[in-house]
Design a binder for this molecule. Structure first.
Ligand code: TYD
Length: 206
């Protein structure tokens, strides 16, 4: 059987990527594709526990502890869920993946970027997204959309989130074929039209 397609959704907290992911799911299902939706961190049982620490732990979480927890979640997720689904020919839509670690732990927290890229490779064992949609929005707009109920990562401050946004833009420049930039300052409808154009192109190529 032909391997499925792996599409990741990236961007700031408050970029609207999850809404777009759900729209893409409906769009693909209407076309008859078999689609699964998943996320990092915390898709499955071990991941849920890791997610709880990452987003809600009240005490100090050392930067490198945070980094390894995101990577541990990813290793489990790829091995037990994403790869089997792709082998069954499914389209996997994943809310955040490797680029989040580079943007948040690398550009945001200041961990060594080439080291993170190596660790990501270990976590995913050769898996690479066929397409990554990067929803870019001004940091101010993103923060307003998140509102006042912030989790541990969302509470990291505006300077941190500016660095994350710039990090994503750097990544897009490095890999323009895989990572497609979408202006997420626009309305949900416009952003979805832009998203659909890219997805349709991918389906034609594959
Ligand atoms: P989540 O509630 O899933 O946020 P969102 O809806 O914006 O995706 O929280 C995930 C948080 O974890 C988010 O702030 C981004 C962060 N994160 C990292 O810092 N590194 C990573 O590798 C991943 C996957 C997420």
């Amino acid at each position: 059987m032909k391997r499925g397609l792996f599409i990741t959704f990236e961007g700031a907290d408050g970029s609207g990527k999850t809404t777009q992911l759900n729209n893409v799911k409906m769009f693909l299902e209407e076309k008859g594709y078999s689609v699964i939706v998943t996320r990092e961190p915390g898709a499955l049982d071990i991941g849920q526990k890791i997610r709880d620490i990452l987003l809600h732990h009240k005490g100090v979480v050392a930067d490198r502890c945070e980094m390894f927890l995101f990577l541990a979640d990813r290793a489990q997720h790829v091995e037990t869920y994403i790869k089997p689904a792709l082998e069954q020919g499914k389209i996997v839509l994943c809310d955040r993946h490797t680029d989040s670690t580079i943007a948040y732990q690398g550009y945001g927290r200041g961990q060594d970027i080439s080291l993170l890229k190596e660790l990501n490779k270990i976590a995913v064992k050769g898996l690479k997204p066929d397409l990554t949609l990067l929803y870019d929005v001004s940091t101010e707009t993103a923060q307003q959309r998140v509102g006042s109920e912030k989790d541990r990562m969302e509470s990291a401050g505006i300077d941190f989130h500016r660095k994350v946004r710039n990090g994503y833009i750097e990544l897009q420049k490095e890999e323009p074929n895989r990572i497609k930039l979408i202006n997420a300052n626009n309305s949900i409808e416009t952003v979805f039209e832009d998203t659909k154009d890219i997805i349709i192109k991918l389906l034609q190529e594959k």
